[in-house]
Design a protein around this ligand. Structure first.
Ligand code: DC
Length: 203
């Protein structure tokens, strides 16, 4: 079974995808981490994340980079968003993600284009969202040292870039179920996600 989980930054999609992977005993791939690694590798090499050829050079990811805590920062998230708008970067990461999705037994993948591009034939697709303010509050709780307004501005900029790009923009697949986590606890959101997947696979 392939489960696709898409949505904007801090919507709760990562937490939900991890919980679904545990519930169904499936391997999980956080595809944002791949783009974060490319963004950080590009910046560390002194290259420009907005120049496609520079970002493509950052696609030869060293596996150890994927566990680097720097990848979890807002700076890495913004770099990821910048490199991810280049079609050649998306093409370079496509095969790995599709092979992960198609492994025997299936998988859970979360990102921006899983239900639309990476696994359009997924058995269940969730589009997880929440209001911009609630997403900024969640990030602020994790990172109290950064000003709330700066986090809100960063999330708005990231949403605009991820949804406005021409290559695989962030959008809900036509056959995805919408899960708005604005007023939900993590536990409630996970229970709802499982119920939505169950309803899909029973159809
Ligand atoms: O999910 P995340 O915040 O770790 O993603 C970081 C950035 O990577 C996001 O702003 C856009 C890009 N991304 C993408 O374009 N496609 C994906 N499947 C996953 C992430």
């Amino acid at each position: 079974m392939i489960i696709a989980v898409d949505g904007p930054a801090a919507s709760g999609k990562g937490t939900i995808a991890r919980a679904l992977a545990v519930h169904y005993d499936l391997p999980h791939l956080d595809t944002g981490l791949l783009y974060r690694a490319v963004g950080v590798a590009t910046a560390r090499a002194g290259r420009d994340p907005d120049v496609e050829a520079d970002a493509v050079a950052g696609c030869r990811i060293d596996e150890t980079l994927l566990t680097d805590p720097e990848l979890r920062t807002e700076v890495a998230g913004a770099l990821a968003s910048r490199v991810s708008r280049h079609p050649a970067v998306r093409a370079a990461l496509l095969e790995y993600q599709q092979a992960f999705a198609r492994q025997p037994g299936g998988a859970v993948l979360d990102g921006r284009d899983i239900g639309t591009v990476i696994a359009p034939d997924a058995d269940a697709k969730l589009f997880v969202t929440a209001s911009t303010e609630v997403r900024a509050q969640r990030r602020h709780r994790e990172d109290a040292l950064t000003d709330y307004d700066a986090i809100l501005a960063d999330i708005e900029a990231r949403d605009a870039r991820d949804s406005g790009r021409s290559a695989a923009p962030l959008r809900q697949a036509d056959d995805a179920d919408l899960l708005d986590t604005t007023d939900m606890t993590i536990g409630a959101a996970v229970q709802r996600a499982i119920a939505l997947v169950e309803a899909r696979i029973r159809r």
